[in-house]
Write a protein that binds this ligand. Structure first.
Ligand code: GLA
Length: 379
């Protein structure tokens, strides 16, 4: 009798949004094993690992070609010790290792893609004990996205090592509609670029532009199948502290995967403090995994809310404008269907301070491009 195993997604690998670091935003193609090891050292010891960051993901440009039998080959100049040794090093730090490939014939930087080599590549990653695969969408020609990503899902399953599958097709074929049975997260938009409010002609969106694409798709996201609004640009020298707060706050409101994208070997005390704000990270990692809803838009002021476990809620009031905005907001009756009564304590998650209860209106000033992030906890 022949027993065939039906290939499927490895279930349960991402009950909470994955957290970690990815090489692309800061280093692009300029990566090597020394940088990756130093980043792992930093993450393991600077408080980020303790705050929940666990994946070290090596993005494009680690690979250089294929050998005579088609095995994927790492760039020997940049990764002279080979990928297995690098994975072992990352594991020795108590962290997990992520790798990158592409569903088409080449990666976005023209390195070998996995098209036609899916099973062979999956076996190589499994042999190296990789934990996470980011799978891109360049050079896909006329390939069907769901079918292409499903081949890699099946290949990973057959290779036998549980790996998170991060779908990176930029939202072009609505992966939120088909991705749940295929991968654990899917990019929802074009690439993030390092700015607050801008857009590139060639593709690339600022923080606000990405937020705007998440008003309708929150319901598709949840435990083990997350919307992914792309990696963080915090600590990369362009966003102001207010903009960085708003960026992290809204990613947490979306239950987004949180992949730091800066040089954490040389992280400033302020950036580290921001990235490890436990009260904000707890909103991202809340076990219900519900993505926020935009409830109100009064010009440049938006109010988003997110239901949390234990009948609690998170609220974000964001100021998109270049001027400060005064607020006087009744959170209790604003959102009638939430049934928020008088008995909630309201806490400011950036000031780490209780600022009142739902009996009274929330008043104050939100500076330009800043956020008021609140948690409502039932007494
Ligand atoms: C695409 C992806 C990015 C990054 C680059 C690498 O643009 O969306 O996140 O992986 O490719 O070339």
């Amino acid at each position: 009798m022949v027993l065939t195993i039906k290939a499927q997604k490895f279930e349960g690998l991402a009950p909470k949004p994955p957290m970690g670091w990815n090489s692309w935003n800061k280093f692009g193609c300029q990566i090597n094993e020394k940088i990756i090891k130093e980043v792992a050292d930093a993450m393991a010891s600077n408080g980020m690992k303790a705050a929940g960051y666990e994946y070290i993901v090596v993005d494009d440009c680690w690979q250089i070609g294929r050998d005579s039998v088609g095995n994927i080959v790492a760039d020997p100049e940049r990764f002279p010790s080979g990928m297995k040794s690098l994975v072992d090093y990352v594991h020795s730090k108590g962290l997990k290792f992520g790798i990158y490939s592409d569903a088409g014939t080449a990666t976005c930087q023209g390195r070998p893609g996995s098209r036609g080599y899916e099973f062979q590549d999956a076996r190589a990653y499994a042999k190296w004990e990789v934990d996470y695969l980011k799978y891109d969408w360049c050079f896909h020609g006329k390939q069907n996205s769901e079918a292409s990503y499903s081949i890699m899902r099946d290949a990973l399953y057959k290779a036998g090592r549980p790996m998170v599958l991060s779908i990176c097709e930029w939202g072009t074929t609505k992966p939120w509609e088909w991705g749940k049975s295929v991968g654990h997260l899917w990019r929802t938009t074009e690439d993030i670029i390092n700015c607050f409010d801008c857009k590139n002609n060639w593709g690339g969106l600022g923080v606000l532009q990405i937020i705007d694409l998440h008003t309708e798709i929150g319901d598709y996201s949840g435990p083990d199948h997350w919307n992914d609004p792309d990696m963080l640009e915090i600590g990369n020298g362009v966003l102001t502290p207010a903009e960085e707060r708003l960026h992290l706050s809204m990613w947490a409101m979306f239950s987004a995967p949180l992949m730091a994208g800066n040089d954490i070997r040389n992280i400033s005390a302020e950036t580290l403090k921001l990235l490890t704000n436990k009260e904000v990270l707890d909103i991202d990692q809340d076990i219900l995994g519900i993505s926020a809803t935009r409830w109100m838009k009064y010009g440049d002021l938006e109010i988003w809310f997110k239901p949390l476990s234990d009948n609690n809620y998170a609220f974000c009031l964001i100021n998109r404008s270049n001027q400060s905005i005064a607020i006087n907001q009744d959170l209790k009756t604003t959102i009638k269907k939430l049934k928020v009564d008088d008995s909630y304590v309201v806490r400011d998650l950036w000031k780490h301070k209780d600022i009142g209860t739902t009996k009274e209106n929330i008043t104050g000033i939100i500076p330009a491009h800043d956020v008021l992030m609140l948690k409502l906890t039932k007494k």
